[in-house]
Ligand binder design. Structure first.
Ligand code: MG
Length: 454
């Protein structure tokens, strides 16, 4: 049966006629080869061919603890001599387990595969264990993902932020951590950071949940219950101390400095909501982690009760966990631990999704993220429009001796060096001087010894 004539079929027939007559030699050439004549003669030679394929030769974990925190870095070596990539896979509390996941599973999975197909490598490793979404494998995957972005940047001869779209800002505004055991000491600490140029400062009195402010021996320790090393949190004392701390810091440091505070999931949901309401008058920049991941059912009530901006998400394992809170405007800042969620690839997806819901980025950047991981944050921070704030990295001389090329801090801004890739290298000889440990103490208990979830 004859097909009805359409505009498309008619113009296509005309084109084919021209080709048959040889009147469009250029077009004929294009049909003959996917590359031939795809560039004009004026185009420099180096742009005419793509990059030759490169395969993964080995994947290994490098474990080091220069400042006491266990850091894990994935090194992906390739078939191109001298070309390798680094990614942060740090899970400080279970570092040895991540080392095993990398050396025993990730290596075998990756060897012989193409370095270029980052999305495919991410998706295929993600489901390769069938059971997924656990922190250990997620950390290994994050290290692989960041290392592949590092390699891609090196191959393209560009810093990674260029591959993510280029700069949206000249540098990255960061917040510093001020602390002390009294409101006066916290205010003094804030002033020190303001003098260094920071315009955003997080304030904590006595550490998370004010555990360090408790002088008295708790009942559970007096009774010989649990470990002497466990932390004690007096929730009532903590809840009373936070507004007083804000009041003192505003009095001493003025209204201009942006103040942040981390509840660290340690209060009961209603107590956290009441605390946020009390803090409104001090205009916090954000309040972080009001609820543990087990208590997400309180989001709606929190948002109906207070207008304090909320940052959340460092304990989320899977990017799907961000969809519902974002779509419901339950929080204002995404607090992803990038070297836990799966690396740059998934972090970019959540960041871009945030643009639709006016949710801004605030990547988790504590001391137990390696400088490679901090650099990964920084490259995303430079590129995405909906950047919010970055937790500042601190790069001591010791860290810099292990990780040449660390990002730099100046006047409250973080900057990356402009070398291709993520820009941070590793000195394996130096790294080996600082072996990792297997002990960590995250136990926090109430007066009677009940575990408090962080
Ligand atoms: Mg936090």
């Amino acid at each position: 049966m004859k097909k009805p004539e359409t505009e498309f079929s008619s113009s296509r027939r005309e084109t084919m006629k021209k080709i048959a007559l040889g009147s469009t030699a250029g077009l004929f050439g294009l049909l003959g080869s996917p590359f031939a004549n795809a560039r004009t003669p004026e185009m420099p030679e180096r742009y005419k061919a793509g990059l030759p394929p490169v395969k993964i030769r080995s994947v290994k974990a490098i474990a080091t603890a220069p400042e006491g925190s266990n850091l894990i870095v994935v090194k992906v070596e390739t078939t191109e001599p001298g070309l390798y990539g680094l990614g942060c896979a740090t899970f400080t509390q279970r570092a040895a387990a991540v080392v095993t996941a990398i050396n025993s599973y990730l290596h075998d999975f990756c060897v012989g595969k193409d370095v270029d197909n980052i999305e495919d490598m991410w998706q295929s490793f993600y489901v390769s264990s069938y059971w997924r979404n656990g922190p250990v494998l997620n950390n290994a995957l994050s290290g692989l993902d960041e290392a592949l972005w590092d390699i891609k940047g090196k191959r393209a001869n560009m810093p990674v932020y260029q591959l993510l779209g280029g700069k949206s800002r000249f540098a990255i505004p960061c917040y510093a951590h001020a602390g002390g055991n009294t409101p006066e000491a916290v205010a003094e600490s804030v002033k020190t950071f303001m003098d260094q140029g920071f315009r955003h400062v997080r304030i904590q009195q006595g550490g998370y949940g004010a555990v360090g402010a408790n002088q008295a021996k708790p009942d559970f320790k007096a009774a010989g219950f649990a470990s002497e090393a466990d932390n004690y949190m007096n929730e009532a004392a903590y809840l009373k101390s936070v507004p007083k701390m804000f009041e003192m810091v505003r009095k001493v440091c003025g209204d201009e400095v942006e103040l942040l505070h981390d509840i660290h999931e340690r209060a009961q949901p209603m107590d956290a909501i009441n605390l946020c309401k009390k803090l409104e008058e001090y205009r916090p920049f954000f309040i972080e982690d009001p609820f543990s991941p087990e208590n997400t059912g309180w989001w709606k009530q929190l948002r109906q009760s207070t207008t304090v901006p909320i940052a959340m998400g460092e304990l989320f394992n899977n990017i799907n966990e961000f969809l519902e809170p974002m779509a419901n405007h339950y929080f204002d800042y995404i607090r992803i631990h990038v070297s836990q969620i799966g690396g740059i690839t998934p972090a970019m997806k959540v960041a871009r999704l945030g643009e639709w819901f006016n949710v801004r980025t605030a990547w988790h950047g504590p001391g137990d993220v390696s400088p490679v991981g901090h650099a990964a944050h920084a490259h995303i921070d430079l590129a995405v429009w909906n950047f919010g704030i970055q937790e500042a990295g601190r790069f001591s001389e010791k860290l810099q001796s292990v990780f040449p090329g660390c990002p730099t801090m100046k006047n409250g801004y973080m900057s990356v060096n402009e070398v291709p890739g993520l820009g941070v290298d590793i000195n394996e000889k130096e790294a080996a001087k600082y072996p990792i440990g297997t002990k960590s103490n995250w136990q926090v208990r109430g007066r009677d010894g009940t575990i408090i979830r962080p």
